[in-house]
Design a protein around this ligand. Structure first.
Ligand SMILES: Nc1nc2c(ncn2[C@@H]2O[C@H](COP(=O)(O)OP(=O)(O)OP(=O)(O)O)[C@@H](O)[C@H]2O)c(=O)[nH]1
Ligand SMILES: [Mg+2]
Length: 381
């Protein structure tokens, strides 16, 4: 990934977004997905200068959108002085290479963009190791003789055009060896985390999870009076943050704020973030925070539920929290199987705490806990 200095010295990349409409998909959904992609591109530090969608029966094997469309996009993008095409879907290594050749523009797919953001945002050793592992796993099947955008960003590693199959094979070997080393590192990190988790025994644990930007950190701050970073950006939080907070009657729980989910989250990211996400898997209770004011809140809910299923989170332990109630039209019925709150105005928070106390009440310790738990990004910050 770029280091910070690189980022400041180059002008922001000018991104042109590309979406594909497949049969049966309403156009407005694709547009809303591109809105999200624009937010991702913005978070990654690019300026979005335009977008295009293409309807097809199926993706084109060589170019994803078709050669003619690629040529047309290249022209439009050139006029807008774009230097980067960002696809809302994942492309194969050869699709990236072919579209780069046709358009003479750098091409990035959705996973590469998300990995780029994670790379920029990772601060702790754990987060950095997890992102690097996911990035290498993403690259491995995509290494081609000339392809390179991740390797160009990757600080000197990668294939150099024209050096042939031998070079490619050698690069693959290097990648695999690095992946093994990172996996070993992560295993050690996970062991430390498990030991620390045991040290918290006696306090029930409540993990906040949900789609990115749902308001997890804002709610975490409300519940624990902590200063976790809350921002109107995607993936503001990458590391798990733990802090004690009251749940009523002088009783306390340990809350965990964690990384958010997004649709089409690169598979490797979920598996390499398993130690951070372990806070969710191991929690006594999971608060699924939903931005109820978002036009695609249902889809976002389903995405988060699917990731939780993947992680093996038992649905009985999940409580849905409909957040941002202040931004929902008053005429909309406040029903659904969840607690309605606004982490910003405080509406519904007392009811949420009472419900939390009720759900975990039986396990709560009676000893008072005065001082706040230090903010731990367990052991590794
Ligand atoms: N109107 C309104 N905005 C909220 C509420 N809760 C959070 N927000 C805003 O939503 C944005 C995202 O909030 P965060 O708390 O950073 O969201 P998050 O879920 O932690 O996001 P990631 O860490 O990026 O996954 C911020 O601009 C918050 O101010 C709410 O109850 N009402
Ligand atoms: Mg957050």
């Amino acid at each position: 990934m770029h280091n910070q200095e690189d980022r400041h010295s180059v002008r922001p990349r000018r991104a042109f977004l590309v979406g594909l409409i497949l049969p049966g998909q309403p156009g407005h959904v694709v547009e809303e997905h591109l809105d999200e992609l624009a937010q991702l591109a913005d978070t990654a530090g690019s300026v979005v200068v335009g977008r295009a969608v293409q309807s097809r029966k199926a993706p084109d094997a060589a170019t994803f959108i078709g050669r003619g469309k690629a040529e047309q996009i290249a022209e439009e993008a050139r006029e807008l002085e774009a230097d980067l095409l960002v696809f809302d879907d994942d492309l194969s290594g050869s699709q990236v290479k072919n579209v780069e050749e046709i358009t003479k523009l750098q091409v990035m797919d959705r996973s590469a963009l998300i990995l780029d953001i994670f790379g920029q945002r990772a601060r702790t050793r754990e987060a950095r190791t997890q992102v690097e592992l996911a990035r290498l796993q993403y690259m491995l099947p995509r290494l081609t003789r000339q392809w390179s955008h991740l390797s160009r960003q990757g600080g000197g590693f990668g294939t150099r055009g024209g050096e042939g199959e031998k070079q490619l094979e050698q690069d693959r070997r290097v990648l695999r060896a690095r992946i093994r080393r990172l996996e070993d590192d992560l295993e050690k990190i996970e062991r430390t985390r498990k030991v620390q988790r045991r040290g918290r025994d006696g306090f029930p644990s409540v993990a906040l999870t949900g789609y990115t930007n749902a308001g997890k950190s804002t709610l975490f701050n409300r519940l624990t009076h902590a200063g976790a970073l809350a921002e109107d950006r995607l993936f503001a939080t990458l590391d798990a943050k733990l802090r004690r907070g009251p749940v009523g009657d002088g009783k306390y729980a340990v809350f965990a704020d964690t990384v958010g989910f997004i649709r089409k989250l690169p598979h490797h990211l979920v598996s390499s973030f398993r130690s951070t996400l372990g806070e969710v898997t191991a929690a006594d209770l999971v608060l699924h925070v939903v931005d109820r004011s978002h036009p695609r809140w249902r889809e976002q809910m389903e995405v988060a539920e699917a990731v939780m299923d993947d992680l093996g989170v038992d649905r009985d332990r999940v409580m849905t929290v409909f957040n941002k109630s202040d931004a929902v039209l008053p005429e909309e019925p406040r029903n659904g199987d969840g607690v309605w709150v606004s982490a910003v105005t405080g509406e519904g928070i007392e009811a949420l705490k009472a419900e939390l106390g009720r759900r975990i009440g039986l396990q709560l310790p009676t000893r008072p806990a005065q001082e706040a738990l230090p903010e731990v990004a367990p052991g590794l910050a």
